[in-house]
Design a protein around this ligand. Sequence first.
Ligand code: PLP
Length: 359
Amino acid sequence: MENRVYNFAAGPSTLPLAVLEKAQSEFLNFNGTGMSVTEISHRDKAYEAVVREAESLVRELLKVPDDYCVLFVQGGASTQFAAVPLNLMHNKVADYIVTGNFAKKAWEEGTIYGTANKIGDSSDKVYTYIPDIDKLKYTEGADYVHITSNNTIFGTRYPEFPKCKAPLVADMSSEIFSREINVADFGAIYAGAQKNLAPAGVTIVIAKRSLIQDPLPFCPTLLKWKVQDKDGSLYNTPPAFSIYMAWLVLKDLKAKGGVKAINEIDVYKAGLLYDFIDNSKLFKNNVVKKYRSIMNVPFVTGSEELDAKFVAEAKKAGLVSLKGHRLVGGMRASIYNAMPVEGVKALIDFMKKFEVENA
Ligand SMILES: *Cc1c(COP(=O)(O)O)cnc(C)c1O
């Protein structure tokens, strides 16, 4: 489509064009109601169907067991940093593996509610690796172990997940629906939708029901997962438009063959980009190879001046939002599910040209 750029933003981020067009086509009249989906009461049957279908698609695409709830809540992933201890920290002790900025924030939030043990920390090497999960000292009797499965800013991910006695809780904001997972291995999973699923405004929570029946007494009602579960994410007004968009994206993902199919494409896209970077004389990715993310790919030239030139010239070429996070510098290409293969190829072609011109 004319005038659309390839958008490598880390979040909010690019969405499938077909989904945007579908939303546009029915924006004034949703499903024969004569109203925009943004105008319908969340108690209207036409809207309730959206929430229920979105939930069943999450269940189907991630094979969520029946004894887990699937919630659509507000406040972003950052609010879940508090909701996790508020729902799960019964014994007032939990373990955290700190593999990036968001993991650190989650841990800091955890310390408000009890003893949050930082049992792993990769800040010594600017979060370019994931600590060896088999060598960590998990706390006996911990209420949960918290991880950030994909580290958006630093471009790392867990190739495998810790096998610990305590329930594993994962922030999957920047990778949910990009690889198959076994939900039963987790006590809870949460993800802000604005990276790989929908516009900002909705956060998905998947939690084992038996773990969430006894939130801390001062947990705000809206943060009680069991309350959201009982009311099917409709306790109060939900982020209606964002859930609607998530529903469209989930339908689109199902039509494309689901998580396994999109994962093959994601692995292929990331492989193209890492291969090019590894063979480049100019660009470098500093992440330990086995921990490389397939969603967020940071890279540098080694010169701040050249990095800035790259970002500016890429923008002129229709490749936007490539500036790295302020904590890392350089560049970062976020290549979520909705980034087409052609977008990654266009980026590589541009990098090749830039390398020749600036070598
Ligand atoms: C973006 C992000 C967050 C923060 O999400 P908000 O919705 O802005 O609160 C937390 N964790 C990870 C892994 C992220 O990528």
